[in-house]
Design a protein around this ligand. Structure first.
Ligand code: SAM
Length: 346
């Protein structure tokens, strides 16, 4: 009987690897759709270089395997990535410019290295897992604002603050899943003396929220930060006349989400309002495809980096209705991808 070694690694799919396919798709998009219309130095230069290792290395390794120069079907090792990164950098940026009419550029090497790091993180994602969602978001916290600015500009903040001028001044406000605290800045601008309790599973996010509060001139005595993972944490009963969850309820599957809403609703006083910002998928057409593509990518990314339990968007409306809230006002943005709701405790 043939001896089958126990596979202790995820089998690498070479050219069918999702990152490789994504890189090829982005290369095509850049080459034929973006570059002809956008005069960006990055798109015309380093963008393609960034995808070199994630796209080309799987094909090279597949050839090596066919020729018997590679003895396993595991994901690219650090040694393989480092070797090819070094060889290609020297070839394209040092030797190439001496023998062909092309220029060498140190930023191209930085782009190759960036793509290599992304490749390694993806190919070895099983080994870089985190223990909890809070620890996962701890990792993201230092880059979260920059990432939001880069990917969405001011769109998410417009959504978070869209209903602020329509709600009554809160005495106490509960913000769950506060993140780095961009909403707090807008809250302070509008209600400088409001008291806020923020709950979040991530210590690093809470730290940033606290800093954002102080930078915006908030009184530290009026801010309470609670590190807790939901569901399971409950606010003091009826203590808040305003609640806010922005891009937070979408972190949960349907059952967990219902429990989170039920737990948070405990803190709502009679007549309290609840501002909810969420992603949404429009009913039909191009905007629906666009939303599905954006959300597919977003959930893959957050699940990879933070171990988010949800793998798809869950509409929080049923949970809010069951918890005794009534939808007062809904605004949608970005072709229906973003939704800003004001709910009132009936
Ligand atoms: C997608 S971010 C949104 C942050 C912020 N509200 C915003 O609008 O940018 C989700 C936030 O919820 C927190 N979070 C995720 N799952 C959580 C859980 N189960 N319990 C508590 N906080 C959680 C994360 O740490 C993160 O700060």
């Amino acid at each position: 009987m043939e001896f089958q070694p126990r596979m202790s690694f995820r089998r690498f799919r070479y050219a069918a690897d999702p990152l490789c396919l994504l890189g090829i798709a982005l290369y095509i998009l850049n080459r034929w759709v973006l570059k002809p219309h956008v005069a960006s130095a990055f798109l015309h230069g380093q963008f393609d270089d960034f995808w070199l290792i994630p796209c080309a290395l799987p094909l090279v390794l597949w050839c090596q395997r066919r020729f018997g120069w590679r003895d396993h079907d595991g994901p690219p090792t650090v040694g393989e990535v480092g070797f090819h990164l070094a060889v290609w950098s020297v070839l394209f940026e040092v030797i190439g410019p001496r023998i062909a009419p092309v220029t060498g550029d140190a930023w191209d090497v930085v782009a190759y290295a960036g793509g290599s790091l992304l490749g390694l993180a993806w190919w070895h994602r099983d080994r870089i897992g985190v223990a909890s969602v809070g620890k996962g978001f701890d990792r993201l916290a230092p880059f979260y604002r920059t990432m939001e600015w880069f990917l969405a500009g001011g769109r998410l903040q417009r959504c978070r603050t869209a209903a602020l001028d329509r709600v009554a001044v809160p005495g106490r406000l509960l913000v769950a899943g506060v993140g780095p605290g961009r909403f707090l800045e807008a809250v302070l601008e509008r209600w400088p003396t409001v008291s806020v309790l923020c709950v979040d599973a991530s210590e690093a996010m809470l730290e940033q929220a606290g800093q954002a509060w102080c930078r915006a001139g908030g009184d530290p005595c009026r801010l309470e930060l609670v590190q807790a993972e939901l569901p399971g944490w409950r606010p003091p009963a009826g203590a808040f006349d305003g609640l806010a969850t922005h891009f937070f309820l979408d972190c949960f599957g349907p059952d967990e989400q219902a429990r989170v809403v039920r737990d948070l609703a405990v803190g709502a006083a009679p007549g309290a309002w609840w501002l909810v910002s969420e992603f949404a998928v429009p009913g039909a057409g191009l905007s629906r495809w666009r939303a599905q593509a954006v959300l597919w990518l977003a959930y893959r990314f957050f699940r990879l980096v933070t171990r988010l339990p949800a793998s798809r968007l869950n509409d929080p409306d049923p949970a809010l209705l069951t918890a005794g809230f009534r939808l007062e006002r809904r605004r949608t943005f970005e072709w229906g991808l973003l939704r800003s709701d004001g709910w009132i405790r009936a």
